[in-house]
Write a protein that binds this ligand. Structure first.
Ligand SMILES: [Zn+2]
Length: 470
């Protein structure tokens, strides 16, 4: 049976699994139930499981196949976001106040990859293809950079081609890039004192945090426009009449390429050291995680784009359109334009979408120099293995990223149709790369050439442990 038809005829298995993960809604590195659900389903289907890889309890690899032949990997995620608990209704209604919710659709993301792997296994069992299919259970995409630590531990080393996807409001292949990123704490240590009686005996760690922020804000004028730096103060003292001896900030530093990121981070570190010098304090700089930009692979993109067209974009039913129309009332008017521009759509193309709530078409390839103002740890895989990524329409047009609107659509037909579509496209692409030696070698050749031409610096310093308790 064609893998696409096989996924369709087994759709109830996959919607059930994604609903289960939606219900668990566990935060990064704490996805114990979600990971177990996917692990058990794969093991039951005959995959060989390695649990807790790369010293991360919720990271796993499920493999099926024969020793000879190519190895194709599919990446899955399953972590949720804090504070986004939401019922499956088109208006704001948390299930539990303050609880996490699947505001980035990772319940769908993890299961589409699983569906694709199972469909490839079915083709192997039917004798249609030889090789190995691997499902990579990748935790903590949201700020935890699970894949970056897995990549550093060598988990992806034996793979020929990696495929993945992300839920979206459009269908298409990811030609755009992302920002490389560091997440880092600056911990200042000073000396406490009575703030009125003997402040001259104190050295304020909070002063250092504030001066560092001032310095970084002056740096902004002199950094490349696509770079981003943002921070929060995570510890700032307890009482105004006590000079704080401990204060901390948490920074995110981002730039289009890892060499640019490294250079910018060096300047931010110097500002921190300057702030410590000015205030007579000391600073510890602790890198929690880092993510690389993507090394794009045009060969893989072309294959995935052709499979998107071969399967065809899903059509949504009346009920789903009605849900999306109701939900759209809560979506800011300019949200569609913002998301459409990053995929190369001009104002005319955006205007044509004005009366559409659900996208049922496929975007044409767009300029690959576009850099999306976010980060993904898929980038870290792309520097180890030739990697391709698609996105499919799982949400009403304009749905803001990391929002309750996304949670609401993740456990119903809108999200599920996109998930099934992604599963089918990845299954067909995986088969193509297993069967077609020429296209596989072309993708690997492109990877080697681009990899050796780039000045790549891993954003995770050697020896950095995954921030399992973020
Ligand atoms: Zn996401």
């Amino acid at each position: 049976m064609n893998p696409s038809d096989w996924i369709e005829s087994n759709s109830s298995i996959f919607t059930h699994l994604s609903n289960e993960v939606w219900g668990y809604a566990e935060l990064g590195y704490k996805e114990f139930e979600s990971a177990k659900t996917l692990e058990d389903a794969l093991e039951e289907a005959g995959f060989k499981l390695e649990r807790g890889v790369a010293d991360i309890p919720t990271a796993f690899v499920a493999s099926y196949g024969n020793a000879d032949g190519p190895v194709i990997g599919i990446l899955g995620e399953f972590d949720a976001l804090p504070g986004l608990s939401q019922d499956c209704v088109p208006y704001r209604k948390p299930l539990a106040d303050g609880a996490p919710g699947h505001g980035c659709g990772h319940n769908l993301l993890g299961v589409a990859g699983l569906a694709a792997c199972m469909a490839v296994k079915q083709a192997m069992d039917a004798g249609e293809v030889k090789g190995t299919i691997k499902y990579f259970g990748c935790p903590a995409e949201e700020g935890g950079a699970g894949k970056a630590f897995m990549a550093n531990a060598g988990v992806f080393n034996s793979v020929d081609i990696c495929l993945t996807w992300h839920p979206d409001t459009f269908n298409g292949t990811l030609y755009a890039n992302f920002l490389a990123n560091y997440r880092v704490s600056f911990k200042f240590h000073g000396k406490t004192a009575h703030a009125a009686a003997d402040p001259f005996n104190g050295r304020s760690a909070l002063d250092a945090v504030e001066l560092m922020n001032v310095g970084v804000n002056y740096l902004r004028e002199h950094m490349i426009p696509d770079a981003r730096v943002h921070y929060v103060i995570t510890k700032g003292g307890i009482a105004p009449n006590v000079v704080p001896d401990e204060a901390e900030s948490l920074y995110s530093v981002r730039a289009p390429r890892t060499d640019q990121l490294d250079a910018l981070f060096a300047r931010v570190k110097n500002i921190a050291k300057g702030a410590a010098l000015m205030t007579g304090t000391e600073v510890d700089i602790v890198v929690h995680s880092g993510m690389s930009n993507m090394l794009p692979n045009e060969t893989i993109n072309e294959v995935m784009q052709s499979k998107l067209i071969e399967v065809g974009a899903p059509k949504f039913n009346d009920e789903e359109h009605a849900f999306a129309r109701e939900l759209s009332k809560s979506i800011p008017a300019d949200s569609l334009e913002t998301s459409a521009h990053v995929y190369g759509l001009d104002s005319k193309a955006v205007a044509a979408l004005k009366d559409i709530v659900l996208f049922e078409d496929i975007l044409p390839p767009f300029k690959s120099e576009i850099v999306l103002p976010g980060s993904t740890d898929v980038g870290d895989v792309s520097w180890v293995v030739p990697t391709g990524q698609i996105f499919t329409a799982c949400w009403a047009l304009g749905s803001p990223g990391h929002s309750w609107q996304i949670v609401a659509q993740g456990k119903m037909g809108i999200g599920q149709r996109g998930m099934m579509y992604a599963g089918k496209v990845m299954a067909l692409s995986a088969l193509e790369f297993m069967q077609n030696d020429k296209i596989r070698e072309q993708a690997k050749g492109e990877f080697k050439q681009k990899r050796s031409a780039a000045n790549y610096i891993s954003p995770i310093p050697p020896g950095t442990k995954p921030p399992l308790n973020i």
